[in-house]
Design a protein around this ligand. Structure first.
Ligand SMILES: Cc1ncc(COP(=O)(O)O)c(C=O)c1O
Length: 390
């Protein structure tokens, strides 16, 4: 049987990993500045994470949500403490798309309304409502098309205010990534997030912060919207939550009430996923990873700004992007194949950095050295007089 061919893949077979590194079957070592797509939060194969999963696996991996699962409450307590959202409620699922699907559905149940405000270049996942709220027509199947979603320009307070002035009573939710990931590391301004907060409050709409990529400590605060000093009504989470073990969830503000059957899942919140998620939070706390993400992220951002040739260095904490001019268009490919360094893509012409929150200063310096070497080599390939017409 063939695999369904939906990914453009690199011909690399990673067989083991540790911290910020991964090795292929020939023991070639790769530096992971991509964190397996923002998933590796505490570092690859962290021994405490492995041990906690192994111990849980040898006791019980799964039983249905029809019984008490105390480790879910343990996770909720720890997550409440670490995120500062102790009065919120936790619903567990398995992925980012599912988290957003549940968040949007819950907002509609709660308000009795249908309209969702999303933003241009947003990515919220591939399930039906999440993909409809994703600004990429090529991944929206005809059956998912709906006029319940409106896309407004990102960081445009006036457009948002005008929309609420005409349709505020119909809006169930506003969903936003405080830093757009797939959209190319676009950072929402504090004022824009504050405007969303106040317009949602005034109009009885639900503010959903999609923290699947930018959240869970990546920017140095637990949630990326925390930088703006506002609370969302629902936070969606996945990626870094399990450090590679599939687990997602939503944090739900206390004023949103549940009823039986409203949301549900077979696998969400299983014993093994909770053990993995707890291990992640324990390590984040013990190793002070939020602080490290802020400090090392600032260092990396400032160092990148000093490199001439790369452009528009932007981001927060360890979620960083920069643009690459045409003369450096092979940069990402060469970093991978010549310097064995994984990075992400920031569309249309950029590079996205999403390393483990536990990355060290030495590892960052190793990346910067490779980047500088490669930028220099690519620049030297261009004859000095190119473009000069006499
Ligand atoms: C901001 C954001 N939301 C949602 C998702 C979807 O997550 P998943 O692939 O786990 O369904 C992603 C994935 O890249 C994302 O970046």
């Amino acid at each position: 049987m063939k695999l369904f061919d939906v990914y453009p893949i690199n011909i690399i077979n990673i067989v083991h990993s540790e911290g910020s590194y991964a090795w292929d079957e020939n023991e070639v070592q790769y530096l992971d500045m991509y964190g397996g797509h923002a998933v590796i939060s505490i570092g690859h194969t962290h021994p405490h994470w492995v041990k906690r999963i192994e111990e849980q696996l040898s006791k019980i991996a799964f039983y249905s949500n029809s019984i008490q699962i105390p480790i879910q409450q343990e996770l909720a307590d720890k997550l409440g403490k670490m995120s500062g959202k102790e009065n919120y409620q936790l619903f567990l699922c398995n992925s980012g798309a599912e988290a957003n699907e549940n968040a949007l559905k819950l907002a509609s149940f709660h308000t009795g309304r249908k309209k969702i405000v999303a933003f241009e270049k947003a990515f919220h996942g591939r399930t039906s409502l999440a993909v409809a709220a994703t600004d990429n027509a090529s991944i929206v199947a005809p059956v998912n098309e709906t006029d319940n979603i409106v896309f407004l320009p990102f960081n445009d307070e006036e457009a948002l205010t005008n929309y609420f002035a005409t349709a505020g009573n119909d809006v169930a939710a506003v969903i936003i990534e405080a830093i757009q990931g797939v959209g190319g590391i676009a950072v929402a301004t504090d004022n824009f997030l504050k405007a969303i907060r106040s317009l949602c409050t005034q109009n009885g709409a639900v503010f959903i912060a999609d923290e699947v990529q930018c959240g869970y400590g990546r920017t140095g605060n637990f949630f990326a919207v925390d930088h703006a000093g506002v609370d969302a009504d629902i936070y969606s989470m996945a990626k870094g939550m399990g450090n590679g073990f599939p687990v997602g969830g939503i944090l739900i503000a206390p004023h949103i009430n549940s009823r039986h059957g409203m949301l549900g899942t077979t696998f969400g919140g299983n014993h093994l996923a909770c053990a993995a998620a707890l291990a992640v939070l324990e390590i984040m706390e013990d190793e002070n990873l939020l602080h490290k993400a802020a400090e090392n992220g600032e260092y990396l951002l400032n160092e990148l700004k000093e490199i001439s040739g790369i452009q528009n260095v932007r981001g927060k904490g360890l979620m960083i992007g920069f643009d690459v001019p045409d003369e450096l268009k092979d940069l990402r490919k060469n970093l991978l194949h010549k310097h064995q360094t994984f990075t992400g893509e920031a569309k249309p012409n950029g590079i996205r950095l999403l390393p483990s929150l536990a990355i060290t200063r030495n590892e960052i310096d190793e990346f910067l050295a490779a980047l500088k070497t490669e930028v220099k080599e690519l620049k030297n390939k261009i004859p000095a007089d190119v473009g000069i017409v006499e």
